[in-house]
Every structure is written in C-alpha cells, then in structure tokens.
Ligand binder design. Sequence first.
Ligand code: ATP
Ligand code: MG
Length: 333
Amino acid sequence: MDKPIVVSGIRPTGYLHLGNYFGAVRNFIRMQDDFTCNFFIADIHSLTTHPTPENLQSGVKQVLAEYLACGIDPEKSTIYIQSDMPEVTELYTFLNMNAYLGELERTTSFKDKARQQPENVNAGLLTYPVLMAADIIIHKANFVPVGKDQEQNLEMARKFAKRFNRMYKSDVFPIPRPFTFDGADMIKIPGLDGSGKMGKSEGNAINLYEDPKSIRKKVMRAVTDAGPTEPNSQKPEAVENLFTLLKIVSTPDTVAHFDEQYNNCSIRYGDLKKQLAEDIINYTEPIRVRIDDILKDDKYLAKVAREGAEKARESAVKTLNEVKKVIGFNSLF
Ligand code: ATP
Ligand code: MG
C-alpha cells in the first residue's frame, strides 16, 4: 500500500529554534520511514517581511543545512526550496479565487502580523493561508506535522481543499490533517520573555545554532517572578514556561526535583536556569557542530536542493494538471 503523504515547511526568516525543533522538525525526522515526506523551505512566504536578496539567500542556505543537520535525510524525504517549484504559485492563484476577504481578515496570524508591522500589511500576509494551503495540497498531503501556532492556518487549508473539491465536483484533494505522534496535543514552545510562543521573529528564541555562552546568557536573563510564597501554589506563566522547557530537554528526575522545590517554596530560579541552560546545550551542541560542517559544503547543499526540486516538481505537475482539467483549462491546441 502507498504510504500516506506528508508536507511541512519552515520560513527562512532566521535560525531554527527550539520551538521549530520540538514543534515540527523532530516529528519530520520520526516520520521519514513510514510516510512519503515533503519538507520545504518556505522562501516565498518569507517575502511578506521583505528580506534583502542577501538575507533571503543566506536564510535559505541556513535552514537547508539545519534540516540536514537535524537528521532529515534526502535519501528518504523530498527536501526542496519553495520557489524552485513554481507550480505552487499557480495553484495559489487558482485557490485565491475562492478565498474570501472576511475569512482571511479573521485569521489570527494575519491579525497578529498586522499589529506587529502596521506599516507593512501587504496582500501576501492576508493570503498567507492560501499559499500555505497550496503548499500542502499540491502534493495531495494527508498529514501536516506543525506546531500549535499553525492549527488555524491548517484548518483553513482543509477548508480551501474541501471548497475546491465541492466547487468542481471532484475529489482531486484529500483533506489534510494535523499530525502528532500517538495523538499527542500539538506543541507550543514558549519564549523566554514570559509570554507567548518562541518565534524567529519575536526575539525570544534559543536557536539550535546558538553557542553555549549565548545559551547560558539568554536563559539566565529569562523572565521569572519573586518566587512562591505559599506551598503548592500555581505557577505564573513565565515560571510555567521555564518548566515547559525543562520538560523537553531535561530528565524527568530533574523536572521532579525542581517541581518539589517550587511546591515547598525552596526553589532558587538561578539553579533551575543553570540546569536548564546546561541541558539545552547538551541537546543542541551535536546539532550545532553538524550545521557548521554542512554549511561548508556548498556542493552538497546544491545537490540536495536540485534533486529535491526535481522530485517535488514531478508530484506538483501531476496535481496541477488534474486541477487545470477540472477547472476547465482545456488547451485549444
Ligand atoms: P516566524 O516568526 O518568522 O513566523 P516561526 O518561528 O514562527 O517564524 P515558522 O517558520 O513560522 O517559524 O514555523 C515553522 C514550524 O515551526 C511550524 O510548523 C510551526 O508550527 C513550528 N513552530 C514555530 N514556533 C513554534 C513554537 N514556539 N512551538 C511549537 N512549534 C513552533
Ligand atoms: Mg510563524
């Protein structure tokens, strides 16, 4: 039987961070054997924030090296750069005709970005979920491993796929579903600034490529409070966030140790932070070393990108031909 199809991507807007890793990339790696995987670098999506050509280029190279360093294997998965597969923008154009202003304006990610960058509320931001839908359904994906922050956008992709099928009385597109292992909840890794999610564009992230000194500095500066005054009290968000990070990189014993100290009011946040920093370093250091090695190998990076683009386009062209047929683009020659 054919393996289920998977698509997911990351914008080359900065170094990959713990949120990207635990929310997305770690699942990518685990899915490679049992699914037909397509992992791409969303360089077209990154244009919404107007990178310079130099930034765009170095960002793409960095994420590609980081994908490979994390363990995405080009022998098993299709790894490609979004703009190397122009079919996706054609599908995006078609899908835009059935995407409505009201629903796009109501999207949380659009509202957030419009608030963060009021001077640059461009149409690409508004139609971000449409391009994301095209990214996913162009390969007829069944599953999409993404973090919690993408839940609503994925819901919109489902809606656009269903709408297309209904409109053209076809079943061109399977309806994609979010994917986590063993039905676990979608993950949201918090930032170090006390609230919200860790993000490349939020300035609150710890990157996989970060050197140990900088990791220690960032963790030691993380927001906390004055400490618990009553036993077994509820943790405020900033403290809860540190525990969330501890849970993903430290041993269960370590987490239990600090939990107990919190509950009996003897906790010293400095100790917790020191431990957290060391455990993050242990986790990321081997990845950082591999990133460095791969970044030096331009030939290998070019080969991966070229072969990935070829494979990705093969699948995209097939879908696009079906799409054009059902829409009624039957060429006269
Ligand atoms: P940007 O700030 O430019 O939007 P980002 O850090 O949000 O960058 P994206 O490229 O938008 O990263 O997202 C890539 C993948 O990483 C998506 O699957 C997203 O769900 C996941 N992801 C991003 N941040 C987190 C987070 N804090 N926790 C869990 N998953 C996350
Ligand atoms: Mg994002």
